[in-house]
Unconditional design. Structure first.
Length: 185
């Protein structure tokens, strides 16, 4: 079950142990990591923590996880999309991380919409959530275009905060009934 989902322009598949270089390249771009850690993820961390963690989720939650996203036309790696388990039953967290070369092409919205649809129509979820820094306006725009709605703003303490942390974190969400009403309305 390497293939997970296809959209009009993207193919999502499970990561494999051979995908270290893709993740290293993605997480090495300071602009990609700007609102996440503010710095590149070290190769050793990707090899020993990040990729093993991704692969482990497939075993524990076979229908969920982080999936490599490739362009259907040409097969170029554009980043990843994920549906991740949360502490709330029948609730998943949707997310993505894309190479800068894939920005501004609508891939984030296309992939996120497809994952939301899969969560409700195939996986039996009742709620999909997403969060980001309040100052990450591009991701907030993707969340809105994907059908997620703003729910709350909160503040967390970080020992080494990123610029913009003082403005807080935001949560966006949609429930099954709202999603279904939007599809048929």
């Amino acid at each position: 079950m390497d293939g997970y989902l296809e959209t009009e322009r993207l193919r999502l598949r499970r990561f494999t142990g051979g995908d270290v270089e893709l993740l290293v390249a993605l997480d090495s771009d300071p602009e990609v990591m700007r609102f996440l850690t503010g710095q590149a993820t070290p190769r050793e961390e990707i090899e020993s923590v990040v990729l093993p963690g991704i692969l482990e989720v497939y075993g524990v939650h076979p229908q969920l996880g982080t999936f490599a996203a490739e362009e259907k036309a040409g097969g170029a790696f554009v980043g990843w999309f994920g549906l991740h388990p949360t502490a709330q039953p029948r609730t998943v967290d949707v997310g993505y991380r894309l190479n800068r070369t894939a920005w501004g092409k609508g891939y984030a919205t296309e992939g996120t919409r497809a994952l939301i649809a899969k969560a409700f129509s195939e996986l039996g979820m009742e709620r999909v959530v997403a969060d980001t820094m309040a100052v990450n306006h591009r991701s907030r725009d993707v969340m809105r275009r994907s059908g997620l709605r703003f729910e709350k703003l909160w503040h967390e303490h970080f020992d080494d905060p990123l610029p913009g942390t003082e403005f807080g974190e935001v949560l966006y969400a949609i429930d099954r009934a709202t999603w279904e009403a939007g599809r048929h309305g």
